[in-house]
Design a protein around this ligand. Sequence first.
Ligand code: TPP
Ligand code: MG
Length: 562
Amino acid sequence: MNASPTGSRSPASTHDDWPRIGDYLLLRLKEAGVDHCFGVPGDYVLRFYDRLCRSDIRHIGTTREDTAAFAADGYARSRGLGALAVTYGVGALNVVNAVAGANAESSPVVVISGAPGVAEQRDDPQLHHRFGPFRFQREIFERITCACAVLDDPYTALREIDRTLDAARRYSRPVYIELPRDRVDTPAFPIPHEPEEEAGSDPEALAEAVAETLALVGRAQAPVILAGVELHRRGLQDLLAGFVLKAHLPVAATLTGKSVVAERQPGYLGVYEGAMGPEGARRVVEEADLLLLLGVTPNDIDLGINTARLDPARTVRAGQEEVWVHRHRYPHVHLRDFLAALTDAVVPHPGPLPDVPGPVGAPDFPQPGQPMTMARMMARLNDFLTPDMQVVADSGDSLFASVDLRVHARSEFLASAYYTTMGFAVPAALGAQVANPGRRPLVLVGDGAFQMTGTELSTAARLGLDPIVIIGNNRGYTTERFILEGPFNDIADWRFHRLGELFGPLRGFAAATEDAFDEALGAALAFRDGPSVIEVALRPDDCSAALTRLSERLRDVVQQSE
Ligand SMILES: Cc1ncc(C[n+]2csc(CCOP(=O)(O)OP(=O)(O)O)c2C)c(N)n1
Ligand SMILES: [Mg+2]
């Protein structure tokens, strides 16, 4: 769309029965299941904030804009759409990393940015927050979203709102909507909303792909399913669960798809991540004579920094809109249709499901006075996890170690697992709990990542939310230490357990030993009136088994590229 004010028409002043642009945007968001909008106000977006506060959508103020975007991302992963509203320049540019992450991770976040009014932009003045031609901001977001609109023209604004929101849901990716401040209250031409017809699967290609796949499944001795993140983003978890049950096949998940299947069900193998993942899952997946890759995105994290051994000659791969059976490609076959048709026709596989060790608990915990380690913490958390919790992990060892956690039901593990931005977990947990108050977040975060966006804990406290935040304080960037040690990996040693004095009301605990950790965890579980912070003292050189495997691999990569 043309962002230039010269191309836009004047607001229609006489059409008082036409919806106003800002109100229509809010209405359509509400209809799409968005009950909350995160963000920080500023003068270019204040008129929209005024409409927001009069609407059925609740504003959740955050301490920064990037955390608003992380929160909207966490919200979107639960609700199917999340929204944030920020001011021009200083606000919008602050969200670029988080929105790029949502784009990389297929999370449908709606970025609403205020902007100087169309009339104000006309003479190209030097307005505050400007950083170049006015179109620059839209151009930046064009690279990290699937659709952009500048609502400068009242004759097309409503259609543009519909188009962008449809795109966010259809492609499960972020969109950008820029609203000049003098267009918020402008009546706009009410074009009827006609959602774009989604092209369905090609019936013949679908039938052939299903027949070929089922013939292979029928002949295979040891077929295995590998479930990926696309199943979560398209809301296909129930379909997958039905297929797994009827086909009677073992199933593993990728790290980005972790928890897309219930992790405590029979036949669940654990996370497969090549040589970086747990050995049990690796062995069964790599020894399978037929592997069904469902919704798997072949990124380097899921492929264990290219240590995965997946032979295309033994693989069926179903992506969003195509299926590969060995090296034959079936275009225009949608994942949903493929999975549904497979489920209808599959014959249960005979034979027992492989016996892979379940979650590692810690029956001998606590050893009084014993210093905490990452491995023991994860083992203990496996005993404490309850079905009403969702685990939110930040980048760093929190993410890698959580490979060994088994969450209960499906879709209760949130992370920036592929884009791996630090600072995701605390704000994403805020968004996830606002979206789904019935699920209590268990946040796993390193001291470094917490120092980036931990201020959002104060928002959780303000809202009376009760996440349990476990901060692994290893006094620095341990993940980086294992790849390349240097003084740049040391950070300030905060007294995290005293955050309540600043961010409260919240409860803080310091846990250096196993008995202190158990006591803190018990008290945190019982405290439901606000957040709990458990600061776990770790040695700077302590790490999970998964991080040891990863860093060996990354060290090779870093040294090879020198
Ligand atoms: C925004 C961002 N900056 C830098 C990095 C690179 N990085 C990856 S892990 C890491 C260290 C994380 O430290 P901490 O949160 O304390 O976790 P730990 O590794 O100590 O478990 C860094 C700096 C990143 N992933 N994201
Ligand atoms: Mg650290």
